[in-house]
Design a protein around this ligand. Sequence first.
Ligand code: ZN
Ligand code: ZN
Length: 344
Amino acid sequence: MTESTESMRVSVLRAVEDVVVERRPVPEPGPHEVLVRVSAVGTCGSDTHYYERGRVGEFVVREPLVLGHEASGTIVARGSEVTGREPGTRVSLEPGVPCLACHECRSGRYNLCPGVRFFATPPVDGAFSEYVTLHEQFVHPVPEDLSDEAAALIEPLSVAVWACRKARIAPGARVLVTGAGPVGLLAAQAARAFGATEIVVTDVVDHRLRTAEELVCCTAVNVRHRPLSEFGYEPDVLLECSGNPTAAAEAVRTVGRAGRVVFVGMGGDELPLPLSHVQTREIEVTGTFRYANTWPTAIALAASGAVELDRLVTHRFGLDGVPEALTASARDETVVKAVVYPQE
Ligand SMILES: [Zn+2]
Ligand SMILES: [Zn+2]
């Protein structure tokens, strides 16, 4: 290991709206870890939240924190016990490493592990960094023709895949996706790949709705101009990706008998749920928290072309540009995904 004596550049959140590039030693991989040279990192709403408010829900930034959890890279070194991951392998990083011993982990629900260590969630550093270490089981090799950007965006695609699984989307399903941000665009694409034949996507920004129409065969509805209730669409599944309580409540009212509602987007903490609609139609309502065992499926969907990831990338930044990357979508509605390249 020559890396331990070398230093690397890291983008560090020191306080609210205070991000600087620092030099730190390149980390040494533990026995079951690999060292990854980071290629591309997508920015996410939670990164922006930490940057602007210093917290996301119950997670509060108390110490300097490295943001970024949608990452790809190349394995450059491995710990003493690692045998199956060759240096030089391009990988997509699954950013949460669970304890693998608790009840949730043993039940296969490792996304609900209370002991998970997740990138860019205090106190665990993320990937806006030239190098990171990660458990060997959570770096997933990607095919050669998958770009660095697509390999990074396997993470938000995993969110979408998990939502489709929770919603039990099957061939012929009618799906409503509320919110045409990155998560909604991926949820709609994943729903199509899961067999949905009718997909309606709603938003209040025309530009986003046009992107939805371009990326996935769907009907795009601007609910600012025309309320959803007037539209007469009765989906089997609602994938709520807007995070807007009013939009969500309105959308729940359209769901048909024995339908499923999955809350994917994060927004208000409380929501007026139309309970009699839910009861009389036996609608199942659930949420998603990250994902479990989604990387192989997400990589296959991206590699086969069933889901288009590269076209989500609209803006690019070097490591010095992290503050601009995190605030890009608030300044400019044409931003879908801003990607950071830590080597630049
Ligand atoms: Zn994310
Ligand atoms: Zn666990």
